[in-house]
Design a protein around this ligand. Sequence first.
Ligand SMILES: *Cc1c(COP(=O)(O)O)cnc(C)c1O
Length: 222
Amino acid sequence: MAIHVQNFCAIKETLQSSGAALVAVSKTKPVEDIAALYALGQRDFGENYVQELAAKSSELPADVRWHFIGHLQTNKVKYIAPFVHLIHSVDSLRLLQEINKQGAKLQKKINVLLQVFIAGEETKFGLDEAELKTLLEGPELTALSNIQICGFMGMASFTSSEAQIRGEFARLKTLFDTYRQQNLPHTKLEILSMGMSGDYKLALAEGSNMVRIGSMLFGSRG
Ligand SMILES: *Cc1c(COP(=O)(O)O)cnc(C)c1O
């Protein structure tokens, strides 16, 4: 068994005091490892690749809650829409509209988080603050009755500076608290998804209520 049971128990204990949820990030890892963590009671798993997620979901119990956390192309939404529990990585209106379209076909609401760009370094994905505002306050959102915006997701810079990481998480928490008070269509902000293996304790200290942890649970990825 390749999973790190001791880390799993330690993380669960840390999360208990804050009440934050754990998404076990199983990308590139075999279904046997997911099944091993499932046997210990874990139900929320995160994947980054559409084909991999679709294949794994068909092999694992139906009560697994699948989180999609990778970059999502609009033409692939249809493959995960029927069963995905939460899409963390929505970074454009176009993607949101496609998710809404697939939700309408399935006659359900699909739960999403908006991915917000908070890192100081240059990465490709996530809405910046101006784009977030445009999306949340623009007129287009009103028509999207087959999505529910449940919160925000963000990734901090890959840096050894704790102060910088904390500052980035704190910024996202502030945005979360600000938009939370607004009455926006198809939006109920409850989930703040931030923190990975290397920085989840800092994220929790800055108000995260959902952490996405991979390598600490499943070992490093090649
Ligand atoms: C891979 C990944 C994680 C988990 O990263 P670890 O450092 O292995 O814990 C979390 N979030 C996203 C978006 C990822 O792509």
